[in-house]
Design a protein around this ligand. Structure first.
Ligand code: F6R
Length: 608
């Protein structure tokens, strides 16, 4: 993870580097640092914790150099300390790094055997030491970098400066993204175009294996074989405006509240509101009729959107659909049918495992569709067809509005598949699209019940363990509810398919364990209620989320009930997602955690 920035500027650059890092803090917030070159020396400031701490240090002790690099860290190798914070300096080399150098131990042993002493526990220092060693042996900076890059295994993006070389910034990419920003008499490097958006919208993305030598007025890109290559320049649409929280206390609260609107925007892209039909993209590069099966792969919350979509694709399009988390899928050498279809789902479009899974599928000759929220991301650029979600920037680390927009896009794709495959009648298409059209209104209705949900969440926050149960297409919502609660409130939670409870997890149930049951009034309702009874009989505290009425007979069994408006079962995951998000949010607020930037997490997981 981590975010990196480099600037060759006309005046002092430290402030601009912090400005860029602010846009990269979603990549990690364990520590941050900046180094600039001034009067033939290297000036460096670092601080543990949020970027604000670094900004405070810089205010007290400013840096004046006009060439600089910066970093915001999500720790992989080495604890969260100022010593391990980037930039790292060895000899005349200053470096920032995103990623993991997988052979760092072996390289470190070699360097130590040669007399090197290390001051940090990071894998990054190995790269700095290697380059410094080449420099000592008399190699000019670019040759030193070129030769060291050949020795590195793993995934990395690097930005490197050299003391005394104010007109030189070298970058390298192998895995995590790295973008060059073109200025007028200035040059920029950054982990993404958004970081560089305050300075330029003219962007060149490096490809894997590329490294780049920048001066204030020139750019030279070389590939892994050291051949001079030209990569296209594009005009980024990334806005330079930093998104604010509006009237909300946290970004997550704002993003939960935005869902009716952004789901509406996403729907507008994929359905025709007038005749209630699904919109067929003009450029569909494959034929749904020709498919025997498909694979959906993603990580975390996005994988739960994929799992819900499996139920839609199988029911509506009669298309056997396999869903796997990308970190497993990428290594299991899955046999894939000729000309099959792989769908990847990602908010950031940069998740390392999802990207690797996409590349595996491409190498196996699959057609590829990406459901992504960031249109300039690597996954979007490398996929055959991009179906954007229109969630807008999601800042809170816990995914909320991106999830419901992913569900929306996937539901529409499933309807399209059904239509093309002839398994979805015109009447059914009309019914399901009409249900989707109603979803934003129902979501808004659920949001009105926030006070009540918050009160329930405060009760739940006293628990040490929480179980979530769901069946069918709402089983993924149980998984998502548990993930949300864990990641922002730090309360242990697990999601289960309701029917699976008695095969083990029911042993966990006692009067201290809230069991949150997602029970829409659909063909599985009675079965879910039976599972609920099993929990109640063992003293479990049942919190029932349902659109069913007439529950009075169960009332005494219920610890709490959260009502969701009754709607077509087709859209139930879109609706039930909201109360589980609100439960997690309010439990976290009650616990006093850092809701938008929970401990140990980062928004974009660019390492595997
Ligand atoms: C959980 C969460 C993560 C992400 C996962 C994939 O709230 O946000 O589980 O869903 O890291 O990220 P993307 O969607 O960017 O590929």
């Amino acid at each position: 993870m981590c975010g990196i920035v480099g600037i060759l500027g006309k005046g002092p650059v430290a402030e601009n580097i912090v400005e860029a890092l602010r846009r990269l803090e979603y990549r990690g917030y364990d520590s941050a640092g900046v180094a600039t070159l001034e009067n033939g020396a290297i000036g460096r400031r670092r601080a543990v914790g949020k970027l604000k701490n670094l900004a405070d240090v810089l205010q007290r002790e400013p840096l004046k150099g006009s060439s600089g690099i910066g970093h915001t860290r999500w720790a992989t190798h080495g604890g969260v300390t100022e010593t391990n914070a980037h930039p790292h300096i060895v000899g005349d080399v200053v470096i920032v790094h995103n990623g993991i150098i997988e052979n760092f131990r072996q390289l470190k042993d070699e360097l130590i055997a040669g007399g090197a002493t290390f001051t940090t526990q990071t894998d990054t220092e190995v790269v700095a030491q290697l380059i410094a060693r080449e420099r000592k042996a008399g190699k000019p900076p670019r040759e030193a970098v070129r030769d060291v890059l050949k020795r590195l295994h793993g995934a990395f993006a690097l930005a490197i400066l050299f003391k005394g070389e104010n007109d030189l910034l070298i970058g390298a990419r192998n895995g995590p993204p790295l973008a060059v920003g073109h200025g007028n008499g200035e040059m920029f490097l950054g982990s993404d175009a958004i970081a560089l958006s305050p300075f330029t919208n003219r962007i060149t993305y490096l490809e894997d294996g590329d490294w780049v030598v920048l001066t204030h007025n020139s750019i030279e890109i070389r590939d892994a074989e050291d051949r001079h290559v030209v990569r296209p320049m594009s005009f980024s649409q990334a806005s330079s405006m930093l998104v604010d929280k509006g009237n909300h206390r946290h970004f997550m609260a704002k993003e939960i509240a935005e869902q009716p609107e952004v789901v509406g925007h996403t729907l507008a892209e994929y359905i025709n509101f007038n005749d209630r039909t699904v919109r067929v993209p003009a450029n569909l590069p494959f034929d749904f009729k020709a498919l025997d099966r498909m694979i959906i792969t993603a990580c975390g919350t996005a994988s739960y959107a994929g799992l819900a979509a499996k139920y839609w694709f199988e029911k509506v399009a009669r298309l056997p659909t396999e869903v796997d988390i990308a970190s497993e899928f990428r290594y299991r050498e899955a046999p894939l049918p000729k000309n099959g279809l792989a769908v990847v789902v990602s908010q950031s479009g940069e998740t390392a495992d999802t990207l690797a899974a996409l590349r595996y599928c491409k190498a196996q000759g699959q057609h590829t569709v990406a459901i992504v929220n960031v249109p300039e991301s690597t996954i979007a650029r490398e996929s055959e067809l991009v179906l954007r979600t229109y969630a807008g920037p999601e800042i809170g680390v816990a995914s909320t509005k991106a999830f419901t927009c992913q569900l929306t896009a996937l539901a529409c794709l499933a309807l399209l598949a059904g239509k093309v495959r002839g398994t979805l009648s015109a009447d059914k298409e009309h019914e399901y699209v009409s249900a989707l059209v109603e979803a934003p209104r129902h979501m808004a209705e659920i949001l009105k019940d926030e006070k009540h949900i918050a009160a329930v969440a405060r009760e739940i926050a006293h628990a040490k363990d929480v179980l979530y149960l769901g069946r069918g297409i709402n089983y993924p919502i149980a998984l998502e509810g548990a993930l949300k609660l864990k990641e922002i409130s730090y309360i242990h939670a697990e999601g289960y398919a309701a029917g699976e409870l008695k095969h083990g997890p029911i042993a966990l149930v006692d009067e201290n364990v809230p069991v949150i049951v997602i029970a829409p009034r659909n063909e599985l309702y009675e079965k879910t209620v039976s599972n609920m009874e099993e929990v109640a009989a063992r003293g479990g505290k049942i919190v029932m989320l349902t659109d069913a009425t007439g529950l009075e007979e169960n009332a005494s069994r219920l610890f709490q009930r959260i009502r969701v408006p009754h709607a077509n079962a087709f859209i139930s995951p879109l609706l039930f997602a909201i109360p589980v998000q609100l439960i997690a949010y309010h439990a976290a607020v009650f616990m006093g955690t850092d809701v938008d930037q929970p401990r140990n997490l980062a928004k974009s997981v660019t390492v595997e």
